[in-house]
Design a protein around this ligand. Sequence first.
Ligand SMILES: Cc1cc2nc3c(=O)[nH]c(=O)nc-3n(C[C@H](O)[C@H](O)[C@H](O)COP(=O)(O)OP(=O)(O)OC[C@H]3O[C@@H](n4cnc5c(N)ncnc54)[C@H](O)[C@@H]3O)c2cc1C
Ligand code: FES
Length: 353
Amino acid sequence: MAEAYGFSTLRVAAVEPLTSDSVALTFDVPPALAEEFRFRPGQHLTLRRVVAGEDLRRTYSLCTSAAGGPLRVAVKRLDGGAFSGWVLDSLRPGDELEVLPPAGRFGPAVDPLRALRYGLVAAGSGITPVLSIAATVLDVEPGSEVVLVYGNRTSADVMLLEELSDLKDRFPDRLQVLHVLSREEQESELLSGRLDRERLERLLDTVLVDVDEWYLCGPFGMVTGAQQLLLDRGVPERSVHVELFHADAPPPRARESAVSTGTCAVTVVLHGRSTMVPVAPDGPSVLDAVLAVRSDAPFACKGGVCGTCRARCVSGAVEMDVNYALEPDELAAGVVLTCQSHPTTDEVRLEFL
Ligand SMILES: Cc1cc2nc3c(=O)[nH]c(=O)nc-3n(C[C@H](O)[C@H](O)[C@H](O)COP(=O)(O)OP(=O)(O)OC[C@H]3O[C@@H](n4cnc5c(N)ncnc54)[C@H](O)[C@@H]3O)c2cc1C
Ligand code: FES
């Protein structure tokens, strides 16, 4: 089967168990692709495989330092998960996978001259981009410090434990790691229990102090709860960065529309070529309508979390069902997620990014 647009075929160099239900996957990057696969902290890869004609694409965050670390992701098995189950059960070193170059804007633009205190809060597999951010910041910004709070059920569930310990050994004065375990008693009562609002409040009063920039990644409830708590405590919105791996689809809702006809004329500019697609305001998303005629349209999650399907709306208007991927500055610049977009004017023009 031919590669999908934008994907490269990479060889899996290593598949290493991390816990009983997660593995680290390291890819070989041939010299010709080194530049394309250079990454920033907190970015992710989209992996693709076609099963019985179905195009499965899943996004996995890089978990190594962007300052020279290998191209590595960590995959946790999800019950009944089509892609994660296959990775854990069947993928072997030497196999090849289709991979999109690194993407995403979750991490900081690191700068050796900067001296900041970073507050990182992760739970479960949400450690992956957060570890990459911690490792890169510590490698590149000698004046910066990192406090990482990492929630899991038990110590056996802690992913990337060895990598966290190595980082702590390399930067004992600038990295603090606090493991919060919900189903295992620890010496400190503060660290035994769920990473809920009440516990985070207490951590904010004791160890997560004087933080300049926040990065949160984990299950929906934990991340949105922590984000709200920080905003309630007066932390500026621009300093709180969140990454979600999954969000349940919202219930259908009525949209405000200025559309006068049954379908809208949506023109998309994609890879230098423009195409007009008729899209019903209450029908499938703009992305699905575009994919019916342009298989080169970029996407992965189709759930509003990964940001792969971004486009700029340059004329007309669309309404998004949900947005968990775009930051306020992108929204202000007219960027939308096409997998969540429905036209609300007769004519719309979108330029894929
Ligand atoms: C930006 C980004 C970064 C990500 N990074 C990582 C990473 O580093 N490591 C990692 O293991 N995963 C990561 N994910 C999640 C990953 O892309 C897949 O969603 C996950 O592996 C499940 O895929 P699956 O095919 O196994 O499950 P599916 O077959 O897609 O789903 C099975 C069931 O679980 C639900 N579901 C899907 N994903 C999740 C989820 N994450 N949490 C809870 N329920 C879910 C589905 O609605 C479905 O009911 C990331 C996702 C995003 C958007
Ligand atoms: S495809 Fe993931 S946000 Fe649209």
